[in-house]
Write a protein that binds this ligand. Structure first.
Ligand SMILES: [Cu+2]
Length: 307
């Protein structure tokens, strides 16, 4: 514990043994993040780190002591045995115990990380070359999120200086439309892609999930602290892979509800023109046809299983 405290004190001047959200310059360690998943990951990581530190201190300490205390100049003569059953049992059993001690909590955390039950809302994330769309499932709200204009201009401006980039503040980590989420709400994500494999990654949330065409992956989050959390596509997806950032803005529930209502109002279709009454008939048929096809498809799929 004293070792832990000393290391913390040493790292403190660098300001970064454990930050809350986004990575910082010269950060030495992974961040704590702002969700239960990210904090679980951080805890598992720190536990394993201190186990490794203890092993390192013991092993290198024993080596240093042996080399110094039993050096040739003091007349030490090496023992000539080749096997020692007791030592072999000890150095097999201790690592097994350590691995089990680390694996049990890590497995519990992993299971919790994949448990999307009891989520209160769902966001469908779709990756494209090179942007993201976010569909608030069941809310008729879908937003497209891409690199902000200023970052895009700077990245293509060969005479842009370091100062120009710094002046931007969030160069390459800013988008036009942020993903707005409520805090203290379990949000389920269904993640897919429309062209190539992307990966949706916001470090402060504690996970990354591949976005694969034709496959729907799941994840969830429950953000504790309001704030802006930035991330990037984490799968090499093409020439503009580095230019499809992610920005999550977590706001209190009431603020989120107001934002969602405003988005809905903005997306609401214009009142139907005069021809509207005639329109419903064909879609109804199409829908019935679609259902029938789906049912037939279901029956066909079911048949081989039954047979
Ligand atoms: Cu990508």
């Amino acid at each position: 514990m004293r070792v832990a405290a000393a290391a913390l004190a040493l790292a403190a001047p660098f300001g970064a043994l454990a930050q809350s959200a986004d990575p910082q310059r010269w950060q030495l360690n992974m961040g704590r993040g702002v969700t239960a998943s990210s904090q679980h990951a951080y805890d598992a990581h720190m536990f394993a780190l201190w186990v490794c530190v203890a092993i390192g201190v013991i092993v290198f300490g024993a080596m240093a002591y042996a080399m110094f205390a039993f050096r040739k100049s003091k007349g030490a003569v090496a023992a000539q045995f080749s096997h020692n059953t007791t030592a072999e049992i000890i150095w097999t059993v201790i690592p097994i115990i350590l691995l089990v001690i680390m694996a049990v909590p890590a497995t519990q955390k992993l299971i919790a990380m994949y448990d999307t039950r009891d989520s209160e809302m769902t966001v469908k994330v779709t990756g494209f070359q090179w942007m993201w769309t976010y569909e608030y499932v069941g809310e008729d709200v879908e937003i497209t999120s891409r690199l902000d204009r200023e970052s895009d201009r700077l990245r293509q401006n060969r005479s842009a200086t370091r100062a120009d980039l710094d002046a931007h503040g969030n160069y390459l980590l800013e988008v036009d439309n942020e993903l707005v989420l409520p805090t203290d709400t379990k949000v389920r994500f269904v993640i897919t892609a429309d062209d190539v494999i992307h990966s949706w990654w916001v470090p402060a949330l504690g996970w990354k999930q591949d976005a694969i065409p034709g496959i729907v992956n799941e994840a969830w989050t429950e953000i504790k602290e309001p704030g802006v959390y930035r991330g990037q596509c984490a799968e090499l997806c093409g020439k503009d892979h580095g230019f499809m950032p992610i920005v999550v803005r977590a706001v209190p529930r009431a603020e989120y509800d107001a934002w969602l209502a405003a988005e809905k109002a903005r997306n609401a279709p214009e009142p139907a023109p005069a021809e509207a009454p005639a329109a419903p008939a064909p879609p109804a048929q199409t829908e019935a046809g679609g259902d029938a096809t789906a049912r037939a498809g279901g029956a066909q799929t079911a048949a081989p299983v039954a047979g």
